[in-house]
Design a protein around this ligand. Structure first.
Ligand SMILES: [Zn+2]
Length: 168
């Protein structure tokens, strides 16, 4: 299940949360549904609501400016559109460009999507050592891009017009 985008009361995108968390916020009257997945509903003993895609907090929260999206394996796979950085085929694993055994970090610039075969073949070597050049360079997604990625949205036009995502 995809994550739900959370907007501040001012309609600025804040973050994404799990569906469970989004439903809790709605049931506690802390958030309202701004956009839902058509035809999908959350049903329980006492609830029956549309599956939220975008919710908005009822009260404005002040949040510190975040320069970068937090790193995650899932985020790397989505950033690279599940394409292997070494062969371009479908990727299901995350490879450390500089292996952890050589001090490589969990970071946007040191990780790429990789198919299991290439990940295994490259092992604890750098692309140079393994003779496996990267087809493209990893990059740091902006927070706005990271939110779109988390929502599984590749095209900004799929979101409502009023949802002004800055590229900052
Ligand atoms: Zn591959």
């Amino acid at each position: 299940m995809r994550d739900t985008l959370v907007l501040n009361a001012s309609f600025e995108p804040l973050s994404t949360v799990t569906l469970n968390r989004a439903v809790v916020l709605i049931l506690q009257d802390k958030a309202v549904v701004e956009q839902s997945h058509p035809g999908l509903r959350v049903r329980g003993a006492a609830i029956d609501i549309p599956v939220p895609r975008v919710i908005r907090l009822c009260r404005y929260v002040r949040v510190p400016f975040r320069r970068h999206a937090p790193w995650s394996r899932r985020g790397v796979l989505i950033r690279d559109q599940h394409r292997c950085a070494y062969c371009g085929r479908r990727a299901s694993t995350v490879d450390h460009v500089v292996p952890r055994a050589q001090g490589g970090q969990d970071s946007w610039l040191n990780t790429v999507a990789s198919c299991a075969e290439d990940n295994h073949r490259k092992a604890a070597r750098t692309p140079e050592q393994a003779g496996m050049p990267l087809l493209r360079q990893p990059f740091v997604p902006s927070p706005a891009d990271a939110m779109l990625l988390a929502l599984g949205v590749r095209d900004r036009s799929a979101l409502p017009e009023w949802l002004a995502l800055s590229a900052a």
